[in-house]
Ligand binder design. Structure first.
Ligand code: ATP
Ligand code: NI
Length: 358
């Protein structure tokens, strides 16, 4: 998970465990149409942590729910594919999707209490998960539940499996939820702001736990957060989302070292602790717009310090940041940066109108 070690992992010949292509998830509310996820593509490889970062409302959770088959009415997946181990999940029935949730992909939410039932002991909930997903019962299940609680760093696990969620602290509850997720022996763990509600020390402990579990189990992790500091701690690669789109993709090292999209630059300048004392924390003026139409312009342009006329007229698509780079892309008319601005704009124009179903 540490950026230094895993970005050098050779992925040639390796297949992604999850591959998302041109995914669009739309909500049809009485008032408006919300293209919450609007044509995103990215891959996750076995054993790596991919961060999804962006401000509130940028479509991070809808991306996660789309992968989990948990998009609820009035929303639906309208376009694109989500391949898990080579199998497209889009179009699966609820029953099929439930099987995948049990056997390959598990999710941890921000609030552990949404995943825990207050009337059952923590042990019984983990045992139920073990019964459903691994067919374990009785003494075998109890032993495995204790092992899982130990694996997530809950001390005195043999006693604590008999306790109820309210007897656990916030951090311990989140550990218990992670243990429940592990009970289905997932290959991909999706974490949606799992540490946001916790204080900083506990947050660091949970991130470390995820790191350890990943190394032991070669887990792939998709980690959602609005916090660039957390991304720096945990991600090997990063997708930056803005108004339903992925606007930059890079290794964590490149994203922090040479951010390219003006939005990413803005997010990085808003990390606490990276500034001289007394300097005011920088924020990006304005709000994320609701993506409610097919864009023929850049959705970030109204807030972008680098915007020029064409940003209002051409929809930027993801392109390599320069001709020699393949694993760093930005959806911004300034790129590829080794082309003239007019050439770059023409390149985006041809790709965004020539593409498939927009
Ligand atoms: N059930 C729903 N019905 C209607 N609109 C929805 C629904 N769920 C999400 N949306 C809309 O989709 C967009 C993206 O929401 P999403 O929850 O994915 O944002 P997010 O990036 O996870 O933000 P946050 O950081 O606040 O969790 C928002 O405009 C939101 O209002
Ligand atoms: Ni969210």
């Amino acid at each position: 998970m540490s950026s230094q070690t895993t970005t050098t992992r050779d992925r040639s010949g390796e297949e992604p465990i999850l591959s998302i292509q041109d995914l669009r998830t739309v909500f049809y509310t009485d008032k408006e149409v919300i293209r919450a996820v609007d044509g995103i593509s990215f891959d996750i490889y076995p054993g790596e942590t991919v961060g999804i970062v962006g401000e509130s409302g940028s479509g991070k959770s809808v991306t996660a729910r789309s992968i989990m088959g948990l998009v609820e009415s009035p929303g639906r997946i309208e376009n694109g594919s989500i391949e898990f181990k080579g199998e497209n999940l889009v179009g699966k029935t609820q029953k099929q999707w439930r099987k995948i949730r049990g056997n390959g992909i598990a999710m941890v939410f921000q609030d552990p209490l949404t995943s825990l039932n207050p009337v059952y002991t923590v042990g019984n909930q983990i045992k139920e998960s073990l019964r459903l997903h691994q067919g374990l019962t009785g003494q075998e299940a109890t032993e495995e539940a204790i092992e899982l609680l130990e694996a997530v760093g809950i001390p005195d696990a043999g006693r604590r499996i008999r306790e109820y969620p309210h007897q656990f602290s916030g951090g311990m509850r989140q550990r218990a939820v992670i243990a429940m997720a592990l009970a289905c022996d997932p290959e991909l763990l999706i974490c949606d702001e799992p540490t946001t509600a916790l204080d900083v020390t506990i947050q660091a402990q949970i991130l470390e736990l995820l790191n350890d579990l990943q190394e032991e189990r070669d887990l792939a992790i998709m980690f959602i957060t609005h916090d660039m500091g957390v991304i720096a701690e945990i991600a090997d690669r990063v997708n930056v989302m803005y108004a339903g789109e992925v606007v930059e993709t890079a290794s964590a090292v490149d994203l922090f070292g040479t951010p390219k999209h003006p939005y990413t630059e803005g997010l990085l300048r808003s990390i606490p602790g990276t500034h001289d004392q007394g300097e005011r924390l920088w924020t990006i003026e304005g709000d994320v717009p609701t993506p409610n139409e097919q864009p023929t312009y850049c959705r970030f342009a109204p807030r972008c310090p680098k915007a020029f006329d064409e940003c209002e007229q051409v929809h930027p698509v993801s392109v390599p940041v320069d001709e020699n780079t393949h694993d760093h892309t930005a959806a911004c008319l300034l790129y590829p940066e080794d082309r003239s601005q007019a050439e770059a704009v023409a390149y985006h124009e041809s790709r965004s109108t020539g593409g498939a179903d927009q």
